[in-house]
Design a protein around this ligand. Structure first.
Ligand code: GTP
Length: 375
């Protein structure tokens, strides 16, 4: 036998409202197309929507400082703040806003001041505090916050990360004791879920950025690596072709570096390589791209530089390296380097330029080292 459950008029209305509200929220949350952008603006949009829909005074997002053993809740979004700003740095542009999310700019609550509230959030259950002043989970705010601001009722939905409570979306009202309906609680939870998803996307994006950074970086010196050089050169060649600018490569190879390792050990060799890279980087322009090709071999791409100028740069750097020593503890290590300079034929493959610069280094070594040769 089939049983039919008849919904009361109130329930039907509430169900209709709920589905109508969640549709709006789902639409907003689907608008997060540019995941590289600051998530603060996404959080701001979603809590403003929540504020007007739930007809509350304020909605804010708070995240634990440490998910496994939280000591603070940090307020990262608040409908009271003007869009695109955060309280500590009103001048912050989007980049800074994105970067300052973990800094002390934001208001925070300490576990020691509000232990019951922290414990309630850590339980993972939403807090529908009809009367915030008397609810055992929120009464700790009474004298310092609820009374001074006239807040009477609170609805807090927990934000999860990998199934563990990570923060809270806090909705506050001033309209006396308020009985929160199931639909309203679900709605607040949906806002919290949208926040957790956006936070996860943000983290994945940051990880991806870090991986990309690592893929193009030489681990020892922190300089760019060969992979970066090839990509950078492709773009620079195209730019230089269009503008008809000259482009030069300067290959640098430390002389007798094997002796440094043999005499002082590989660790000291590493220190010398790092120091060498720093000295070269300091001597070059910011727009010059210095990379470590591997071992004791480096290369710099010198944009908008004719051959004569590149030769001057190489000669200046060669002299500087030969004149100054590397100090490591009591050790004083002197170095020289051989240089191969070549003006890139913008119509030929970049690998040809690399080969010719390499040949010039080889020639410099053959001619006695510590010199600059044109390739
Ligand atoms: N410490 C250290 N040594 C490295 C690293 N990569 C390569 N080397 C060493 O660099 C040395 C390069 O030696 P060679 O290719 O013979 O060149 P060289 O001794 O500089 O001699 P010339 O180039 O002919 O002047 C080798 O001993 C490598 O082991 C590194 O990351 N750290």
């Amino acid at each position: 036998m089939q049983t039919t459950r008849l919904h009361s008029c109130h329930e039907r209305k509430s169900m209709y409202n709920h589905s109508h509200l969640t549709q709006r929220l789902r639409r907003i949350s689907s608008e997060e197309v540019d995941v590289s952008g600051p998530y603060a603006s996404f959080l701001s949009d979603i809590i403003h929507e929540g504020c007007s829909t739930l007809k509350v005074t304020r909605v804010s997002v708070w995240l634990f400082d440490n998910i496994t053993s939280p000591t603070q809740l940090v307020n990262v979004a608040n409908t009271d703040w003007p869009p695109g700003s955060c309280p500590g740095c009103a001048q912050c542009d989007d980049i800074k806003l994105r970067d300052c999310l973990h800094l002390s700019h934001f208001p925070s609550l300490n576990y020691s001041d509000f232990p019951k509230y922290f414990q309630a959030i850590s339980s993972g259950t939403s807090i529908a505090a009809e009367c915030a002043a008397s609810d055992p989970r929120t009464f700790e705010f009474n004298h310092s916050y609820l009374q001074p601001h006239g807040i009477t009722t609170m609805l807090d939905a927990v934000i999860f990360k990998n199934g563990i409570p990570h923060g809270v979306v806090c909705c506050e009202g001033k309209t006396g004791v308020r009985q929160w309906s199931g639909a309203e609680i679900s709605y607040a939870e949906l806002i919290a879920d949208c926040c957790s998803r956006r936070l996860l996307v943000k983290e994945l994006w940051l990880l991806q950025q870090q991986l990309r950074e690592l893929a193009f970086k030489d681990a020892l010196t922190g300089l760019r690596n060969r992979r970066y050089l090839m990509d950078f050169a492709r773009r620079e060649i195209s730019r230089h072709l269009r503008a008809q600018f000259p482009l030069c490569v300067m290959m640098i190879d430390i002389d007798h570096f094997k002796q440094v390792n043999d005499l002082y050990g590989h660790d000291v060799g590493d220190v010398v390589l790092k120091n060498f890279a720093e000295r070269c980087e300091k001597a070059l322009r910011l727009e010059d791209c210095l990379c470590r090709l591997g071992g004791e071999e480096f290369i710099a791409l010198l944009p908008q530089t004719p051959l004569q100028d590149a030769l001057l740069v190489a000669e200046r750097l060669r002299a500087k390296i030969a004149e100054s020593a590397v100090y490591h503890g009591a050790l004083k290590i002197t170095l020289t380097a051989s240089f191969g300079v070549h003006e890139v034929n913008l119509h030929a493959p970049f690998s040809t330029a690399l080969k010719l610069a390499d040949d010039a280094v080889y020639q410099a070594k053959a001619d006695g080292r510590n010199r600059v040769v044109v390739g």
